[in-house]
Write a protein that binds this ligand. Structure first.
Ligand code: AHM
Ligand code: MG
Length: 338
């Protein structure tokens, strides 16, 4: 029987064989994975750990913070600030960047995260997760500024998410494909359970919040209308719909069996580019999806090419199986006459 491969071994072997994971990046990924393990334990305790419910505060985007949002944020900061691998962090739950305090050594990386994605699902015991993105700080030796984080998604050097569902699964890319690790609770370690993960190009499953239909833009309406017409319509096949309302869970399903996920721009608040945040939600997920052979666009542009203007900016997101994403993107470009 072959020996299970732990995350540590996977990363060490990758560093040794290809030399493209520097030691600090390997340490960073291991520290984030350890933090995810801690978050997973808190999530599992639920009401017994007193972690459910609202924290009674709001984040910079005016969203009510749950206790677990803040717990997960603290866990990630505490785990990462002393190891010497980071220059600074940024999070959905912090207004501004968190520079590594002067009492600790500084590293060359910047870590961004959504500590607890799918917050509305915490109290109802439905899958939630952590999303993270790693960038390089280009000008070491000076104080980190928010502007250092404003790099397009194609500059990421690592990205991943951990889904806390029936199993706790960590999905990771460092730019050479996608690997999947399942938490072995008895051993306390993440074990490789999928390597070179590929998304099926064709799909018959879409994920969108249908309650927003009346606000959608014409290309989104057209795509979903055609799916809903099923075998009798232009697509000539029946479609199924899923919407977990945790991006991590929806993306994980798509990584596993294909599909398309959309949280597009809509007319509810036209000045708002979308709901999901570019730097710590859309970018890491888009890179993972692309690395698994899928595609990710705003409808008009590749997400990884969007130049960020500020830390918490939002973006329209369409990602998943390549052919479907290309179709929705084509509908947008046709509307724009391009
Ligand atoms: P969160 O980071 O505050 O949890 O918000 C992001 C979540 C995504 O996980 C999910 O796709 C979306 O919000 C669901 O939004 P809605 O409730 O509008 O369907
Ligand atoms: Mg989120």
């Amino acid at each position: 029987m072959t020996q299970p491969v732990s995350l540590t071994r996977y990363l060490v072997e990758k560093q040794r064989a290809q030399g493209h994971i520097p030691g600090q990046l390997r340490l960073l990924i291991e520290v984030v994975a350890r933090a995810c393990k801690t978050i997973s334990h808190s999530v599992n305790k639920g009401a017994l750990g007193g972690v459910l419910g609202s924290a009674g505060s709001e984040n910079v985007q005016g969203e009510v913070q749950k206790k677990l949002d803040l717990i997960a944020n603290e866990v990630l900061i505490d785990a990462n600030e002393w190891g010497g691998h980071l220059a600074a962090m940024a999070s959905e739950e912090m207004d501004t960047i968190h520079a590594v305090p002067n009492r600790y050594p500084k590293g060359e990386y910047l870590l961004l995260f959504d500590p607890l994605d799918g917050s509305s699902n915490i109290d109802v015991n439905v899958s939630i997760g952590t999303i993270f993105s790693v960038l390089r700080m280009h000008d070491e030796g000076r104080a980190v500024r928010e502007a250092d984080f404003l790099q397009p998604g194609r500059c990421q050097v690592a990205a991943g998410y951990c889904v806390y569902g029936p199993q706790t699964t960590l999905v990771l890319t460092v730019g050479d494909g996608v690997a999947m690790f399942t938490l072995d609770r008895e051993q306390g370690s993440f074990v490789l359970t999928g390597d070179g993960v590929r998304i099926p190009q064709e799909t018959q499953e879409f994920a969108i919040n249908m309650s927003n239909m009346r606000h959608w833009d014409a290309p989104v309406r057209r795509y979903i209308d055609e799916c809903l017409q099923g075998k009798q319509g232009p697509r000539g096949k029946d479609f199924n719909m899923r919407w977990v309302a945790s991006m991590v869970a929806d993306v994980h399903r798509i990584i596993t069996r294909g599909g398309i996920f959309m949280y597009p721009w809509d007319k509810r608040d036209p000045a708002k580019p979308g709901k999901l945040r570019l730097l710590y939600e859309a970018n890491p997920m888009s890179w993972i999806i692309e690395q698994a052979g899928g595609s990710a666009t705003t409808g008009r542009q590749r997400i990884l090419d969007v130049p960020p203007q500020n830390l918490h900016e939002r973006v329209s997101v369409i990602l998943g199986s390549k052919n479907e994403v290309e179709r929705v993107t084509r509908y947008h470009l046709e509307q724009a006459g391009q």
